[in-house]
Design a protein around this ligand. Structure first.
Ligand code: HEC
Ligand code: HEC
Ligand code: HEC
Ligand code: HEC
Ligand code: HEC
Ligand code: HEC
Ligand code: HEC
Length: 422
């Protein structure tokens, strides 16, 4: 067992040597680390006809654009930089021990070191056994996750994209094993398919037609979710609006998609592209879905949506669709509560949305609790629940995150947090 692991690490270390040669050759492709350069560099090579990037919308749509920059959608992927990586590289906080403390004397000492060198960031696995030391080091190139709950990092080996073994956990401000990784191992081999980036970025061009490929045109990456992810390509619209202001002629078409004008199913579909769980099978390649069209032609059904207790991770659509609120209100959508152009509010603040249709007095708990409930419908009717889908096992410790259950209904009375009802 122990020997197998050492050999395995050795193989990884050797593999990294080969990758190193490719990496040097690919270095002139690397893009500068500042936010400003990201979108420009990204779009230069993206060659998606008609797509212009967020900065082109801001001049005329400041209302949406200014607040949008602070949203989790906008920040859900970024190039690696001191600002975008939330974990610490400072001495004392940059070591992640992953061997289970109970078995540390039998196992080889295996740990990760997080390092910053010459403006680049590295995850280095170190295995020590007696005098023998093996290492494998890869750079953090892309950051996934705005950090509401955590971040996972990706690296390039030539034009192949892989996930890194160390992630960041916001709650404890700590480095952890990437969710789903086996504790006590250093795995640098997990492919990143285009679906991952479809949910967490605006665009990347795959070089193969295989839906599970991890080979991309590196220069085509456009980080973050952008206006055009939900509104479609913007070039036509901008050309029209510019010529309108020079020569104001009335036209019925704005040349851009406004989801408020979609029927309800298409509005939900638009969010379901990324908020209906990770298990829907992709029928055609990533980045080809056009908002306003039926999602079924693009993704297969989610098997979880027919089970009794679907997991809360990433499946707000499946859960919300079960709610009586949704079933009995023909125009209720995600936008009834969420304004995607601005950062998320606190959970209690959403009570005002419930009160557009309900009165607090009609809640069965109102007799007992009085009008204190008026400020927090959420904790009782959309409780926080732990997910089993994102689990990190780090040095024997199990870490889970929790989400709101979007199935709005009556749950068995539970103790509210003492600060919830004020
Ligand atoms: C030159 C100015 C200008 C630019 C640049 C611009 N827009 Fe607009 N946009 C307008 C105007 C004017 C309207 C119509 C006024 C209104 O309805 O608020 C509009 C309307 C819209 C609408 C509503 C359309 C409808 O049919 O109801 C959306 C959505 C939109 N813009 C998105 C975008 C996006 C996304 C971008 C960037 C890709 C963008 N706009 C760039 C000026 C602009
Ligand atoms: C292209 C994929 C994609 C689409 C389309 C999308 N989302 Fe998201 N959404 C995400 C991802 C990824 C996150 C997690 C972002 C993070 O924290 O890194 C997220 C997070 C959110 C959050 C939590 C924000 C926070 O601050 O915690 C809300 C609310 C949300 N989305 C609502 C919506 C709604 C409503 C729609 C449809 C109008 C929608 N999303 C469409 C991918 C998407
Ligand atoms: C089907 C869309 C989808 C796919 C595929 C997907 N994610 Fe996510 N991811 C989400 C959504 C939505 C969230 C927000 C949390 C939630 O709703 O469960 C999220 C949350 C996250 C977070 C936490 C973000 C934060 O700010 O707290 C990380 C990290 C993450 N995903 C990494 C990945 C990686 C890495 C991959 C691919 C290897 C991936 N995800 C694949 C939709 C997706
Ligand atoms: C996650 C998806 C998503 C993203 C990203 C997004 N929007 Fe929207 N946008 C929507 C939805 C949904 C609506 C319709 C909201 C409603 O139903 O009121 C909308 C409506 C609009 C409108 C019409 C507003 C009105 O009052 O009619 C404009 C303009 C607009 N968005 C501009 C932008 C700009 C500019 C950006 C980028 C800075 C952006 N949007 C990013 C989903 C998105
Ligand atoms: C767009 C209007 C609308 C909004 C917004 C809304 N609801 Fe409802 N809700 C309804 C309707 C309609 C029903 C069904 C009433 C019926 O069938 O008698 C319902 C039913 C319910 C029920 C009973 C569910 C059951 O399974 O018996 C609860 C609890 C509830 N809503 C709580 C909430 C809470 C909490 C919020 C805010 C998070 C909310 N609702 C937001 C319209 C809405
Ligand atoms: C009745 C109001 C309501 C509706 C409708 C609603 N949400 Fe939410 N959503 C919330 C509340 C409340 C939170 C918790 C916010 C917080 O904790 O700060 C939330 C949180 C989220 C989050 C953050 C992750 C999580 O689960 O904690 C995502 C993603 C999200 N919503 C997506 C959606 C999508 C997609 C839809 C449509 C299918 C939708 N929501 C419909 C009220 C709503
Ligand atoms: C302390 C937890 C708690 C809070 C806070 C709370 N509810 Fe309830 N709610 C309940 C319980 C429990 C029931 C079921 C009571 C019963 O059957 O007698 C219920 C029932 C309901 C119903 C169904 C009534 C019916 O007769 O079908 C609605 C609608 C509702 N609540 C809406 C709300 C709204 C809106 C808010 C915020 C203003 C809210 N609730 C706040 C616990 C709560």
């Amino acid at each position: 067992m122990v020997r197998a692991r050492i050999i395995c690490l050795l193989a990884l270390a050797l593999a990294s040597l080969c990758c190193f040669a490719i990496r040097v050759a690919a270095q002139d492709l690397s893009i500068a680390n500042s936010r400003m350069n990201i979108s420009i560099a990204g779009y230069r090579g993206s060659s998606r006809p008609g797509y212009v990037g967020d900065s082109s919308c801001l001049s005329c749509h400041q209302k949406q654009g200014t607040s949008y920059q602070y949203t989790a959608h906008h920040m859900t992927s970024q190039l690696a930089s001191e600002d975008s990586i939330l974990g610490s590289f400072a001495k004392g906080s940059n070591i992640l021990m992953i061997s289970d403390p109970k078995t540390i004397n039998i196992d080889p000492r295996l740990y990760f070191k997080l390092e910053m060198k010459d403006g680049k960031y590295y995850q280095t696995a170190i295995a020590e056994r007696g005098p023998q030391t093996l290492t494998r080091s890869e750079s953090i190139d892309i950051v996934i996750g705005s950090g509401v709950r955590g971040q996972t990092y990706l690296y390039w080996a030539g034009d192949k994209l892989y996930e890194l073994p160390v992630s960041y956990w916001s709650k404890g401000h700590q480095w952890i094993n990437s969710p789903g990784y086996r504790d006590g191992t250093a795995n640098y081999g997990r492919h990143v398919d285009a679906r991952c980036l479809e949910c967490h970025a605006t665009y990347i061009r795959a070089i193969s037609t295989d839906l599970l490929t991890n080979i991309y045109d590196r220069t085509s990456l456009v980080t973050g979710i952008s206006c055009e992810t939900c509104h479609g390509a913007g070039a036509d619209h901008i050309a029209r609006e510019k010529s309108h202001s020079a020569n104001p002629v009335k036209s019925n078409s704005s040349g851009i998609l406004n989801p408020a004008k979609f029927d309800r199913d298409r509005q939900i579909d638009q969010c379901a592209l990324c908020h209906n769980g990770t298990q829907r099978e992709e029928l055609i390649p990533a980045f080809s879905y056009l908002p306003g069209t039926p999602l079924d032609k693009y993704l297969g059904p989610n098997p979880v949506d027919t089970t009794d207790h679907p997991d809360v991770h990433g499946n707000q659509v499946g859960l919300f669709k079960r709610s009586r609120c949704y079933l009995s209100s023909p125009s209720m959508t995600c936008s009834t509560c969420h304004n995607v152009h601005a950062p998320e509010r606190s959970a209690a603040a959403y009570s005002d949305r419930c009160l557009t249709c309900h009165q607090w007095e009609s809640c069965g708990a109102s007799k007992q609790e009085g009008n204190r409930i008026a400020n927090n419908c959420i904790d009782c009717h959309m409780p926080l629940e732990q997910t089993n889908a994102i689990v990190s096992v780090t040095a024997g410790q199990i870490l889970r995150t929790s989400m709101r259950n979007h199935w709005i209904k009556i749950y068995p009375i539970r103790a509210l947090p003492s600060d919830a009802l004020q």
